[in-house]
Write a protein of this length. Sequence first.
Length: 261
Amino acid sequence: MKLDEVIISKAIIESYKDKLIEALNADVAIVGGGPAGLVCAYYLAKEKYKVVLFERKLSVGGGMWGGGIMFNQIVVQEEARKILDEFDIRTKKYQNNYFLADSVEAVSTLCSKAVKAGCRIFNLLSAEDVLVRNRRICGLVLNWTAVEMAHLHVDPISMRSKYVVDATGHACEVIKIAERKSGVILKTKTGKIIGEGSMDADYAERLTVKNTKEACLGVYVCGMSANAVFGGPRMGPIFGGMLLSGKKAAREIAKRIYPLP
C-alpha cells in the first residue's frame, strides 16, 4: 500500500495533541528525566498514579549516559544494586560494595520500564515557571525548549498536578524558579537554596537520600537537586544515591497525595 505523507503527519499531530491534553492534569509532574526522575516516575506509575515527566533535552538519562569522563560504565553500591536487579539491569561485582553496570543499558531500561508502567514522558519541553495557589505549588508552566533557546516571545501553556518533583540535577531549576519568582520560603536552614559543595562521594551519596524530601509546599526534590537545595557535595559517577533518592521520593509522595481544593 502506498504511503501518504499527510496521513503520517496527521497521525503524529493528532496523537500527540491527545497525549498532551491528557497530561494537563496529573497526580505528579516530574521535571527532569535523569535516573532519579525516571526511578521516581516508575514507582509512582507502578502504583497507578497519573505521572507525567518533562525533559528539556532531546533524550532522557541525564548524566548517566556518559558514566565517568564518557566511559559509559557506572558504579552503584550494594543497596542500590537491588533496584537495578528489580529493573533487570545487569550488574557485575568489582569488589565489595562496588558494582558496575553498562550506562546505556541502565538508562534505556529505566526509561522503558517507566513508560511501560504508565508514565508519560514529554521531551523537548521546559518548565519555565510554576503555578502557585495559597502559597502552594500546584503545577507547571511549560514551553518548548527551542523557544527558550531562541529567546522567542512565545507564550507558554500550563498544567496542574498534586505534586511536582524537581529532578533537574545540579541546577534545581523548579526550586530556583519558585524561590526567585514566587518568593517561596524553602524548608532549608536558610529558607533559600543552600547550594552544592565539592565532591565527596561517600557523604554525598548518603545526603542525597537524606535530603530527598519536600523542599516547599507541593514540591519534592530528588537526585542531585536534593543536595543542591539542602546543601551537600556532589558525588561523581556513582549513581546509587540517584536511584535510592527517586524511590524514596515516590514512596513519600504516595503517602501524601490528596485531591487539591
